[in-house]
Design a protein around this ligand. Structure first.
Ligand SMILES: Nc1ncnc2c1ncn2[C@@H]1O[C@H](COP(=O)(O)OP(=O)(O)O)[C@@H](O)[C@H]1O
Ligand SMILES: [Mg+2]
Length: 415
């Protein structure tokens, strides 16, 4: 049996269905190489976990390297300052690109930032105010500017900065990034730096909170994958290894994935493990049905960890929502079920939106962000009250094939 080419939890072998998003990023970067300007205001991709934001940014980073940009990656964190982290990543990147002696001056500056601001352990958990905060802001801006100009002077288009989990970054760091971008955008001689960010939907608040001109940010929602994209995400990595999927098998897998990329990878992996293919092998619908069982169990693990992190009121809120079904739920119905007013549920509602578990769906309605979460919560509730069909301990029922491409998979086919 060949090793599975699927990647639940890491970057996919083939990034399906994100052509438009990658183009958006390419266009931003092209402002640097073609115009010698900055990449403009922040470009920010948001969506709940598992939709593929990190994968998108990683692919964009590879793409940017191929196109001749210097790139750097940082992950937003609330327990450390960003400036030393940024300097460290840039150092690695500059070394990797082997500029040799030419990079000496830049590396020296980056080193200085790390030494002066990156005292390990000293600032853990505390967000500094006053002089240290000002130093950080200045360091972020000068680090980016120096690296951008360096890149431009050494045959690179400019510097492409990727910030994942933007909403997690300290307020001061978010502000510093936005201020720096504002300066670069307005620099008369142009400063070739572009920043592309990704994060949870709470980023929609985390940007304006950090700077009023954060309004100029271009927000792009990262949504579910189309049926065609899921089919490609499953077929292409297999094809590379000389393994095919039957049409029925793909159809079953696409339907059961609900367009959720993480689930598509789990189904791919589960089906592969069931088929145990060698070169020339084929994944059949029966393998997918077996694979779905494994995928469901993995999804349940993921759901369980989300619930474990929720507070009591958050859990009650989620349980009430799940009771009302899989589709969008009216806030008024939810308030009635929780026997309270719509205003008093608004805080818990916001907390759950910030954590990426639920999202607004049209006026006054809410829905779960991850397909299958509602069904999971209902099963857990039944389990607790003892009226269980313990669905996760028994093999999944045989699923009927949908009638046509794109047919509504029905409310419970992911459970
Ligand atoms: N466009 C895509 N095509 C195929 N698989 C994807 C795609 N985007 C994400 N995935 C898969 O989905 C899972 C979650 O992706 P990730 O980028 O970590 O999501 P996020 O950062 O939004 O939480 C990973 O297993 C990844 O391989
Ligand atoms: Mg991510």
């Amino acid at each position: 049996m060949l090793a599975s080419p699927y990647a639940p939890g890491s970057s996919p072998g083939y990034l399906a269905g994100r052509g438009r998003e990658l183009d958006d990023i390419r266009n931003r970067l092209a402002r640097m190489s073609a115009l010698g300007r900055s990449g403009g205001p922040l470009l920010a991709f948001y969506g709940s976990r598992g939709l593929g934001k990190t994968s998108l940014l990683r692919e964009a980073q590879r793409d940017a390297r191929r196109a001749g940009y210097l790139t750097v990656w940082v992950t937003g964190r609330d327990d450390v300052d960003m400036a030393p982290d940024l300097a460290r990543s840039l150092t690695e990147e500059v070394r990797r690109e082997s500029f040799g002696e030419r990079a000496k001056g830049l590396l020296h500056k980056l080193d200085k930032v790390q030494v002066e601001l990156g005292v390990p352990g000293a600032k853990v958990g505390v967000e500094m105010a006053g002089p240290t905060a000002a130093l950080n802001t200045a360091a972020i801006e000068s680090t980016l500017e120096d690296a951008g100009r360096f890149a431009r002077h050494h045959d690179r288009g400019g510097l492409a900065v990727f910030v994942d989990e933007f909403q997690e970054a300290r307020l001061g760091d978010r502000r510093s990034l936005l201020i720096a971008l504002q300066h670069f955008d307005g620099a008369p001689d142009g400063c070739p730096v572009a920043v592309v960010a990704a994060g949870l939907p709470s980023m929609l608040g985390a940007v304006p909170e950090a700077a009023t001109f954060g309004e100029r940010t271009k927000f792009v929602e990262v949504g579910l994958l189309s049926d065609v994209a899921v089919a490609e995400a499953l077929r292409f990595p297999a094809q590379e290894l000389g393994v095919s999927w039957s049409d029925d098998a793909i159809f079953e897998a696409v339907t059961a994935s609900h367009g959720y990329p993480h689930r598509a990878q789990l189904i791919g992996e589960g089906s592969w493990e069931a088929a145990r293919p060698d070169v020339g092998g084929r994944i059949e619908v029966g393998h997918v049905r077996q694979g779905l069982y494994a995928a469901d169990q993995q999804m349940a693990t993921l759901f369980r960890s989300r619930v474990a992190k929720a507070t009591g009121p958050q859990r009650r809120f989620l349980a009430a929502m799940a009771d009302l079904g899989d589709g969008p739920v009216a806030r008024a119905d939810l308030a009635a079920r929780l026997e309270t007013s719509t205003t008093s549920i608004s805080q818990v509602r916001q907390e759950l939106i910030d954590r990426g578990l639920i999202e607004p769906a049209g006026y006054g309605e809410l829905r779960f962000t991850i397909p299958g979460f509602a069904g999971f919560l209902r099963r857990e509730a039944r389990r607790e009250t003892g009226q269980a069909p313990p669905a996760l301990d028994a093999p999944s029922p045989i699923r009927s094939l949908p009638q046509r491409p794109g047919a509504d998979p029905g409310p419970d086919s992911s459970t």
